[in-house]
Design a protein. Structure first.
Length: 158
């Protein structure tokens, strides 16, 4: 299934200046690394890359690489051709191999939580243990005013 199916909807949401910018561009066909030398306008690009091009490609969902459609089965079946791209762990910022990511992320989360708890001040730990809301209870907002776009909250001690 082509991921480009979703594009027309996105196009409508793009602001007009993006459209006029895009329409003035001369864009190399994405299959240029396979031998296509076509340069196209934005409007022609999608049609060319997906239908007309002599070097039709498909993006592999495992490794994110462009693969010639005629080589796609081979790409998926011959060991070593498809090397899944590593995923960046948002916690430790390391790149982790796709097959190990789930396990890593779980461990990384646990480690991070443990580390944060160790660094937390005793008061906040108390808060967590007593499962109290994070906002202090004894203040309540009695009035919210907006002056020149600035929001001011008036507090009352209860
Ligand atoms: Zn092409
Ligand atoms: Zn692949
Ligand atoms: Zn990690």
């Amino acid at each position: 299934m082509s991921p480009f199916r979703c594009q027309p909807f996105e196009d409508r949401r793009r602001p007009p200046y993006v459209h006029s910018l895009l329409s003035r561009l001369h864009i190399h066909c994405r299959n240029s690394s396979f031998g296509c030398s076509q340069i196209l306008s934005y409007g022609q690009l999608e049609h060319h890359e997906n239908i007309e091009c002599k070097y039709l490609t498909q993006r592999c969902s495992e490794c994110e690489k462009l693969v010639l459609v005629s080589n796609f089965d081979e790409h998926q079946q011959v060991p070593g051709l498809c090397v899944p791209s590593p995923i960046k762990c948002t916690i430790c910022q390391n790149c982790i191999e796709k097959s190990l990511f789930r396990e890593h992320f779980h461990e990384c989360c646990q480690k991070r939580i443990t580390e944060l708890i160790q660094r937390a001040s005793p008061q906040t730990l108390q808060t967590i243990t007593n499962s109290q809301p994070m906002q202090p209870k004894y203040y309540s907002i009695i009035r919210t005013t907006t002056t020149n776009g600035k929001i001011t909250n008036k507090f009352k001690r209860s």
